[in-house]
Ligand binder design. Structure first.
Ligand code: ATP
Length: 578
């Protein structure tokens, strides 16, 4: 595929707004690609360079791209920065500069999508002293051969701000149309008409493999029996099952049925444990490999798990080394990020896994095995050793009062509440299907993504001091409020304005006066008094007295609060006030 065809596709995708039109445009293109491009396009459409399960970064900052543009088109960095501020889109700026520099690209060979991706996918391997210069030379090489729209989308790809980026849902549907429901072109309708069970099956493939390139190729060659090729792989993280939220214990029974398994809801860190013989890897819910962070836990996982090959789902919780009492997540959050002195830190802030589910046992996938049976297998395969490796505290009951007491006991012991699990529930990766629900006393914290902000006044003029936060709705983000409070001035007190500003700066994609727009990446937990209807924000809702509680760097932007959840909370709070 020529890079020009990719740029044209992105341009067209940007000019249509209906999901149906976007899906059709992409499906059309997939039909005529060779295998290598079938693997690259799913990434390129989303503005990614690697499949989801690989957490590598090409390490290209907007500063480096600015420099490359400046060198390619003989324009000063200051001038380009100024134009960027005016137009708000570095891709457009580069495109217009390239038009003035006509003579250079007349005789060059056309860029292909493959060569751009093959080169950029090798960027993480470029390290050492001259690495920045080497990357710069490659980018300049590409820019000087790119023309017009190619320049715009190349720059946007490089700075990680594709804008017209396609989400997983549209990608999934376009692969289905292109490879499975081939006759869609002849239909005279403007609905996709994809059978629900088919899109669910393909979605499951995404949630298990987390590799859109591999899935695209499987669908191309095995449209009829693709499911045979979707297998859980050891050491390849899967998306974890998520919980719906209910108001109280009574409502949990009506969602998961009676009797139900109630478990303590621990305030820790979700970890999936993969073990094959003596090798162990640990992954977060964002699919990041965090094995190195927990040298203290690994020996017990090796020693106390009977099966040779197993995947387990757990919550790692911190405890006080003296009193052995559970510590809140905030206290142990350093364990995830720390790059040095990991062993010393593990003595100060020990953690233990509370294992609550089993996903794979030897070569048997347990996704379709009922929870009751999974819990049994879990108990058979883990040898509990107090404070080293434990199972979640569980109570099987159909009695409301008993469950209520268990809930109170869990809270008294410092946990967040209870989980209630459907005994016949299957394990659905990546979904909030209601086989497990959470019961917590406070309904009112949300996980929101930062979409923009505003620099402060006076002593805060160097920091972004208020943040525009948003919720997810399908593939896009809608704003729901502006929050400034909750952040601290000093690091000892918690997350500071300075820290958050530094995290956001590399993500800035537009700047006007004091206002900035940022690429959605950072997730924060926000508490508030109430959700209100509002015209001021694109979600149609606003938050009363919002304040930032903490950074949720364990969450990806796909896992933030959705507009649907906001509507549910809005309804629940009205019931509460009645
Ligand atoms: P919250 O912010 O309420 O923790 P969340 O959005 O992070 O929720 P949910 O999936 O909605 O995540 O809530 C369930 C989370 O609770 C799980 O991701 C897991 O990390 C944690 N958890 C603690 N104890 C258990 C348990 N016994 N069974 C399942 N999950 C548990």
């Amino acid at each position: 595929m020529l890079f020009k065809d990719y740029a044209d596709l992105m341009f067209k995708l940007e000019s249509v707004s209906k999901r149906y039109d976007k899906t059709k445009l992409i499906a059309e293109v997939f039909k005529n690609l060779d295998d290598e491009d079938v693997k690259i396009l799913p990434l390129a459409l989303q503005g990614n360079f690697f499949p989801r399960y690989i957490t590598l970064d090409i390490g290209v900052s907007s500063k480096l791209v600015l420099k490359a543009i400046s060198k390619t088109y003989n324009s000063s960095v200051e001038k380009i920065e100024k134009l960027w501020k005016e137009k708000g889109d570095l891709g457009l700026v580069a495109q217009s500069l390239s038009k003035k520099e006509k003579q250079m690209s007349l005789f060059s060979k056309s860029l292909t999508l493959k060569e751009v991706f093959n080169a950029l996918q090798k960027f993480p391997e470029i390290t050492g002293e001259k690495s920045v210069d080497k990357k710069l030379t490659i980018i300049i090489g590409f820019l000087s051969r790119a023309k017009d729209l190619e320049v715009k989308y190349l720059v946007r790809l490089l700075i990680g701000d594709l804008r017209a980026g396609i989400g997983e849902g549209i990608l999934r549907d376009s692969l289905i149309l292109s490879f499975i429901i081939k006759e869609w072109e002849h239909r005279e309708t403007d609905e996709l008409l994809i059978p629900k069970d088919l899109s669910e099956k393909v979605q499951l493939a995404f949630d298990i493999l987390n590799d859109e390139s591999e899935i695209a190729l499987i669908l191309k060659y095995h449209p009829e029996d693709f499911e045979k090729f979707i297998k859980i792989k050891i050491f390849r993280p899967i998306k974890l099952m998520l919980a719906q939220r209910v108001k109280n214990v009574q409502e949990s029974f009506s969602t998961v049925g009676k009797p139900a398994m109630f478990e303590y809801k621990y305030d820790g860190f979700r970890v999936q444990i993969h073990k094959n013989n003596d090798e162990i890897k640990l992954f977060t819910r964002k699919l990041e490999d965090v094995t190195k962070q927990f040298p203290d836990v690994l020996p017990y996982l090796k020693k106390n798990i009977k099966a040779k090959k197993i995947i387990l789902d757990s919550e790692f919780i911190g405890y006080d080394p003296e009193t052995k009492k559970a510590l809140p997540f905030q206290k142990i959050s350093q364990r995830i990020k720390r790059k040095y002195d990991i062993i010393k830190l593990s003595e100060l802030l020990p953690v233990k896994p509370k294992i609550f589910d089993i996903i794979l046992l030897e070569d048997k996938e347990l996704l379709n095995t009922h929870f009751k049976e999974r819990r049994k297998l879990l108990e058979e395969n883990v040898i509990v050793e107090e404070n080293k490796i434990e199972l979640s505290n569980a109570l099987l009951t159909d009695n409301l009062e008993e469950a209520q007491q268990f809930y109170n006991k869990s809270l008294e012991e410092g946990n967040e509440g209870l989980m209630a699990k459907n005994l016949e529930g299957i394990y659905k990766p990546g979904s909030r299907v209601g086989y497990m629900v959470k019961i917590k006393p406070i309904l009112d914290t949300l996980d929101l993504v930062i979409l923009g902000g505003e620099y402060g006044e006076g002593k805060r003029s160097n920091w972004i001091s208020s943040f525009i936060v948003g919720v997810r709705s399908g593939d896009e983000f809608l704003t729901i409020g502006k929050v400034g409070s909750g952040l601290k001035e000093k690091e000892e007190e918690g997350l500071t304005f300075k820290q958050l500003t530094e995290m956001l700066k590399p993500l800035i994609i537009e700047e006007k006066g004091k206002e900035v727009k940022v690429k959605p990446k950072i997730v924060v937990e926000v508490a508030m008094e109430e959700i209100q209807k509002s015209e001021s924000y694109s979600s149609g809702f606003a938050l009363r007295f919002p304040r930032i509680i903490k950074l949720r760097d364990d969450k990806s932007i796909d896992e933030t609060t959705t507009l649907e959840e906001i509507k549910t909370i809005y309804k629940l709070q009205r019931h509460r006030n009645e």
